[in-house]
Design a protein around this ligand. Structure first.
Ligand SMILES: [Ca+2]
Ligand SMILES: [Ca+2]
Length: 342
């Protein structure tokens, strides 16, 4: 038979399988895990492949299990945090209620005077509760200068200007605050500012022309920088109406602002003596300061209607701090004007 006449299957019957030697064994160089025939024909290689696959499965299973455990721990931690937050908020509300009760008790005794020797002024020591603790503090908001008094009681701004001077700040800022609060658009001189001053900037806005709700509004008033607000903040407040300063709770700086000729050192002496012997009424205060020139008799009192309540709560990993402003009522618990988390 000629070479060209051979039938197509002739060479296949004779040819040795690829990768086999003459005795039919499989060459190592030809082994491939993708070639099932090669593994099937070598038990050792098959065993190795199985081990590799088993290790791979174990590794994947371990990774999946670890991920699931991590996810579960995350959910448990989130759940614990939410529970601690809810418990902390409940304790903080209870602490603020405690403050209102203390103030109601003080006000219910025919209250004629508020001073720092009274029960409400004592800070509540850290008090343990199950899973945490809280502290509480009441402070007299009228121990500070109320900026809203610029449209009521301190209408000429003489006391506020003096306070600014005592704090080494520009006294003209007083007119800018008064213009921001007062209803008209007449610019006070010097230092005042109304709509036209605020509409010309890159971020135009108008003067509020109403009482301040929050000290942070100072940032929008002409002339106030973050440094000035920071310096002023411990000595001022914003209450819903004009109020006198309680001379029994005012700081030395605020007391100095009430007089034309009281120096800061003399005011500190006054505060020191006051701590041992509070002013029972305005006459007692006037008697003790009779050699000094009071700037505005409408700006002094010996009792207060507005108080700040602070409650700090630590519960598990959660720490919360709340500040609230309350107004004492003729009877019952003081009215909550606002509260916020700090
Ligand atoms: Ca009192
Ligand atoms: Ca105005």
């Amino acid at each position: 038979m000629s070479r060209n006449n051979r039938e197509p299957g002739y060479r296949l019957e004779r040819r040795e399988p690829r990768g086999c030697n003459s005795r039919g064994s499989i060459g190592a160089a030809r082994f491939s895990p993708l070639n099932p025939h090669s593994a099937i024909r070598n038990p050792k290689k098959q065993q190795g492949l199985a081990i590799v696959l088993a290790l791979l499965v174990v590794a994947l299973a371990t990774t999946a299990a670890s991920y699931m455990v991590w996810q579960q721990q995350l959910l448990i931690r989130q759940s614990e945090n939410l529970t601690a937050l809810a418990q902390g908020q409940a304790v903080a509300r209870a602490a603020l209620d405690w403050g209102r009760l203390i103030l109601a008790e003080d006000g219910g005794q025919g209250n004629k005077v508020d001073h720092l020797g009274e029960d409400w002024a004592r800070s509540l020591e850290p008090t343990p509760v199950e899973g945490g603790q809280f502290v509480g503090k009441i402070s007299d908001a009228q121990g500070r200068y109320n900026l809203n008094s610029l449209t009521d009681r301190d209408t000429d701004g003489v006391v506020f200007r003096r306070l600014l001077t005592v704090l080494e700040l520009p006294s003209d800022l007083a007119n800018a605050v008064r213009d921001w609060i007062d209803a008209d658009d007449q610019v006070s001189f010097p230092g005042g500012a109304e709509d036209l001053d605020y509409l010309g900037g890159n971020d135009p806005y108008r003067a509020a022309n109403r009482l301040l709700i929050d000290i942070n509004a100072l940032y929008r008033i002409k002339g106030f920088t973050p440094e000035i607000v920071k310096r002023l903040r411990p000595f001022v407040t914003a209450l819903p109406r004009g109020t006198p300063v309680n001379v029994n709770t005012a700081t030395a700086e605020v007391l100095t602002a009430l007089f034309e000729d009281l120096g800061l050192d003399a005011a500190k002496d006054l505060v020191e003596k006051r701590e041992k012997d509070a002013f029972d009424d305005l006459n007692a205060f006037k008697e003790r300061t009779k050699t000094l020139k009071l700037l505005n008799p409408n700006m002094i009192d010996v009792k207060s209607d507005f108080f700040l309540l602070n409650a700090a709560v630590q519960f598990s990993r959660t720490e919360l701090s709340y500040l609230a402003l309350v107004q004492r009522q003729p009877a019952g618990r003081p009215k909550l004007l606002w509260q916020r988390q700090q």
